[in-house]
Design a protein around this ligand. Structure first.
Ligand SMILES: CC(C)(COP(=O)(O)OP(=O)(O)OC[C@H]1O[C@@H](n2cnc3c(N)ncnc32)[C@H](O)[C@@H]1OP(=O)(O)O)[C@@H](O)C(=O)NCCC(=O)NCCS
Length: 217
């Protein structure tokens, strides 16, 4: 596993911000790491008092008053991407809001991911089951390498970007901030995908993609 100065999921009790499908996927990874998950903070009032995969939903966000010195947070809101953009700025808003309150975010790295010793990981990254990060990959803050996603050697993936399940970035690809690379998409080597772009599920990208562009076929 690569050396990283950033907090890891097993360093302190965790509070997850979310409540939906991505939260459940993360809980499963965290349970495999034997992490101490204290609870979920959500935006959905109806969830409070219930539990998700055995983890209690403890508060709505506006009522949450934790101790930033005692717990670490996990940003557990996912992203499906529609033609009007990727929605990944929600993850940035969560990061910014809680950082200003003094919280740190844990990285979540599945024990079933393959991560080169020679990668650069930033705070709050999520690398899920079966993902592969080859040598000299750089992953920006809060970026997600989802289940089975592959980043080959020398890829750079921007802050808050989401590489969806089974997507493949060939060698030397640069992915901007807030980019969604759709499930099972392929980006051919050495190409650049600009900030805020959306690559549709299953799409093969063989040219550079402009910032904000949606590539659906
Ligand atoms: C590309 C995408 C962003 C477009 O979203 P949208 O604008 O809401 O698009 P719609 O679903 O309304 O589809 C618009 C048209 O594009 C086509 N289309 C959409 N996505 C496509 C894709 N990935 N490949 C080929 N065609 C696609 C649709 O069939 C439809 O065609 P039509 O106009 O002939 O009926 C979205 O379809 C997509 O692929 N999102 C990524 C999903 C993903 O990776 N999820 C992983 C979650 S972990």
């Amino acid at each position: 596993m690569p050396h990283t100065a950033h907090p890891q999921a097993t360093d302190a009790p965790l509070i997850l911000i979310g409540g939906g499908g991505h939260t459940r996927v993360l809980i499963d990874v965290l349970q495999g790491l034997n992490a101490a998950i204290e609870g979920i903070v959500t935006q959905e009032e109806a969830l409070v008092g219930k539990s998700v995969l055995g983890v209690p939903v403890i508060a709505v966000e506006k009522d949450f008053a934790g101790d930033p010195k005692r717990v670490l947070l996990v940003s557990a809101v996912g992203n499906r991407a529609r033609g009007n953009g990727s929605g990944l700025r929600v993850r940035e808003a969560i990061h910014t809001r809680y950082m200003q309150l003094g919280y740190r975010f844990a990285s979540v790295i599945s024990p079933h991911a393959i991560v080169s010793r020679h990668v650069q990981l930033s705070e709050g990254v999520q690398i899920l089951h079966g993902a592969i990060l080859q040598t000299d990959v750089k992953l920006g803050v809060h970026a997600i390498m989802n289940t089975g996603a592959v980043a080959e050697h020398d890829c750079t993936i921007g802050a808050y970007a989401h590489v969806a399940p089974a997507a493949v970035l060939c060698g030397g690809v640069t992915i901007g901030k807030y980019v969604h690379v759709g499930a099972n998409a392929t980006v051919v080597q050495q190409l650049t995908v600009g900030d805020n772009a959306v690559i549709g599920a299953g799409v093969r990208v063989a040219r550079n993609v402009a910032p904000g562009e949606v590539v659906a076929r």
